[in-house]
Write a protein that binds this ligand. Structure first.
Ligand SMILES: Nc1ncnc2c1ncn2[C@@H]1O[C@H](COP(=O)(O)OP(=O)(O)OP(=O)(O)O)[C@@H](O)[C@H]1O
Length: 309
């Protein structure tokens, strides 16, 4: 992960929506920085404020307080918008009567960027987009999504904001999207993925920003996110008798019914425990070791957060 100056930054942003006589605090004192070449996963339950953050970045809505910075300077006009690639709520802007190819040329003209045929072909190939010369209206829903995605990135943006990019893609489409995200990040693009698809985020993001009810609850390296408490969960089903001994400093959690449980910090600790447990294993009824995934960490962090609406 690069530690260079952020390309884009939200600093202490507040955003409130008015809904009749009610007010919804969508963002509270919210800060976020995006660096070139990094893939950031923006996570949060429904209504947490993710889309609002993207709308503030793209000037689709104005914050009540706080700053938006582009390359370290407060944004004063809309010029930086041409350096963004945006996919909002899974959809890119495109003209369905034109082909992906024609749309791409049109969008490059609009953004005052040179149309790069090799970049177009590389993305179409990675996405396995069939017939880029056919009118978009003739494509299947999933292929229209791929087309929209390609178009949001055709001008080689410095920052890509991908809001729910996996919606409507099948398993194979998502794998192709993986490849596309890696390709643009390797080119130096800062990629922010806002998604409920935790497997997708876990595979790609080096950094996780987690938001709950408009507030930041985590922002840091994915490894640190996964290491918040422990990396492995071990459970051991034993017959009657005392629980088998563990290395010094560790203690079983022993629920009234169900197997013994143990949370382990890392791979080294897991190996130490298994070595000590080995003699007791033949008499045990079952051993299970699970890697704690982003899903469990995420659930622990956002709890049962309900939509603030
Ligand atoms: N235009 C609006 N007018 C009033 N309230 C709004 C508006 N847009 C969003 N909200 C409210 O602001 C809060 C944050 O919404 P936002 O869409 O940013 O969340 P989100 O994290 O993107 O959610 P989701 O994962 O469901 O897309 C929610 O309570 C939502 O109901």
């Amino acid at each position: 992960m690069t530690m260079a100056e952020p390309l884009l930054e939200l600093q202490r942003v507040d955003k409130q929506y008015r809904r009749g006589s009610n007010q919804v605090q969508a963002l509270s004192d919210y800060s976020l920085a995006l660096h070139g070449g990094e893939v950031l996963g923006l996570l949060g339950p429904n209504g947490a404020g993710k889309t609002t953050a993207i709308k503030v970045i793209t000037q689709l809505c104005e914050p009540d307080a706080g700053l938006l910075l582009w390359r370290g300077a407060p944004v004063r006009d809309k010029r930086y918008l041409g350096r963004l690639g945006v996919l909002l709520e899974g959809r890119g802007a495109l003209n369905e009567r034109l082909s992906t190819w024609e749309n791409a040329r049109y969008f490059c003209g609009l953004r005052e960027a040179a149309f790069d045929r090799a970049h177009f072909n590389a993305m179409a190939e990675l996405l396995e987009l069939p017939d880029p010369r056919a009118p978009v209206r003739l494509l299947s829903t999933g292929n229209k999504l791929k087309s929209g995605l390609l178009l949001s990135l055709i001008h080689r943006p410095d920052v890509a904001l991908l809001d729910e990019p996996t919606i409507g893609l099948d398993l194979f489409g998502v794998r192709k999207l993986d490849a596309l995200v890696r390709y643009i990040a390797a080119e130096g693009c800062a990629v922010m993925i806002s998604s409920h698809d935790l497997h997708f985020v876990e595979r790609l993001a080096q950094r996780i920003a987690c938001i709950r009810q408009g507030r930041k609850v985590f922002d840091g390296a994915k490894q640190d996110f996964l290491r918040v408490e422990h990396a492995y969960a071990l459970s051991l089903a034993v017959r009657d008798g005392p629980p088998p001994p563990l290395p010094a400093g560790l203690q079983w959690q022993a629920p009234a019914d169900g197997p013994l449980r143990l949370a382990l910090r890392d791979h080294a600790e897991l190996c130490r425990v298994l070595a000590v447990l080995m003699p007791a294993l033949p008499a045990a009824e079952g051993l299970q070791v699970e890697r704690v995934t982003l899903r469990e960490k995420y659930q622990a962090l956002v709890g049962n957060a309900q939509e603030t609406a």
